[in-house]
Design a protein around this ligand. Structure first.
Ligand code: FNR
Length: 338
């Protein structure tokens, strides 16, 4: 019987050779402040393409300098950053992988000098700075930054854009009632908290007609915060706007303890897929091929995002294929070795 993990998957106008996605993971490896692709990024991502990952999602890449998690983050806020990103997409394409970029703004969790921005002036915790409550003008500026990021991503040759709407960063902090206490049209009800993401999606669509993914934090793990049920509403709206797939992560919005057991977030991907009628990606402590196959065959998700296991093993796709007893392709250069 064919294994679903190694079956094709079509996302709008592209087809992935398998269901394995490299989850976005910050490398904090840029030269301080300039946000440009370095040799490390080329080596790191291309290795996973050689390792037969179907879709590589490049780490959180800042659409605005004030949206960096650290000063060593990748950036897509100016045209000079396009060249390195283009080299990265060309190198991974040579090995048959598709490549996406996670467009991000760190919001109140940004570790940069100057103002940090959030829907409301509430810090993440006592150690972090108090963010500035964004004016309507600043909201519009950030939406424009996402649009410009999408324009540059297209020139750089990416196949997919993933909007970072998770982990308490800017978009996520608009979605959660714990972090968004605005009383204007951007806060107060589920619909109003969705407005910022809705406008980011529309702005991106002006520049981008390829596959569009959104990463969410499906649970805040805190009384009064977002739950997966709230995301059934958000996802319905995303679907109306043409979002192709929702990547279901959780947490990071406010300090909370999370019980991270194997597959602990799969239930979110399952609920959103089957109640929300949206294609989903499952992520979080999915470590081997059998576990991934179970999730796909039981129709709990459409794609499997692998994070840390792909850091430990760039050939994780081969490892999973062996566990599932299937043969997969290798680069032609290696044909003689098998
Ligand atoms: C991450 N994660 C993450 N998530 C995200 O949406 N954008 C990012 O840039 C990062 N950066 C990042 C860096 C590092 C070093 C790690 C370990 C994690 C979260 C990651 O994508 C994934 O969701 C989690 O690691 C859970 O999946 P695994 O690692 O259990 O497969």
């Amino acid at each position: 019987m064919a294994k679903k993990l190694f079956s094709n998957y079509t996302l709008k106008n592209i087809t992935l050779k398998n269901r394995i996605v490299m989850s976005p993971m910050c490398m904090y490896s840029c030269v301080k402040e300039d946000g440009k692709v370095m040799d490390w990024h080329l080596t790191h991502y291309t290795s996973r393409a050689v390792g037969q990952v179907g879709l590589i999602v490049v780490e959180a890449t800042a659409v605005h300098p004030q949206g960096r998690i650290s000063l060593y983050d990748l950036g897509i806020w100016n045209d000079e950053q396009i060249e390195g990103l283009k080299q990265l997409t060309e190198m991974t394409h040579q090995h048959g992988s598709k490549i996406g970029i996670q467009l991000a703004h760190a919001g109140r969790k940004a570790e940069v000098e100057g103002n940090i921005y959030a829907p409301s002036a509430i810090p993440f915790n006592d150690e972090m700075r108090i963010p500035k409550e964004m004016s309507i003008e600043e909201i519009n500026e950030m939406i424009q930054s996402f649009k410009e990021g999408a324009r540059r991503a297209k020139i750089a040759g990416f196949d997919v854009i993933e909007i970072h709407g998770a982990h308490g960063y800017l978009i996520s902090s608009f979605l959660s009632p714990l972090t968004n206490q605005r009383t204007d049209e951007y806060g107060g009800s589920t619909e109003k908290r969705y407005r910022f993401l809705s406008q980011v999606v529309e702005a991106i669509k002006e520049e981008w007609d390829g596959p569009l993914l959104v990463r969410i934090s499906a649970s805040d793990y805190k009384e009064g915060g977002n739950t997966p049920n709230d995301f059934i509403y958000y996802v319905k709206r995303m679907k109306e706007q043409g979002v192709d797939l929702v990547d279901c992560s959780s947490g990071g919005v406010v300090p909370a303890s999370i019980d991270a057991y194997p597959g602990y977030q799969v239930k979110f991907a399952d609920q959103i897929r089957n109640e929300g009628n949206m294609a989903t990606g499952a992520v979080g402590l999915i470590v081997n091929g059998l576990q991934a196959e179970e999730i796909l065959k039981n129709e709990r998700a459409d794609l499997i995002f692998i994070g840390r296991e792909l850091l430990r093993d760039p050939y994780w796709a081969r490892t999973a294929a062996k566990q599932l007893r299937v043969e997969i392709e290798s680069p032609v250069q290696y044909n003689r070795a098998w």
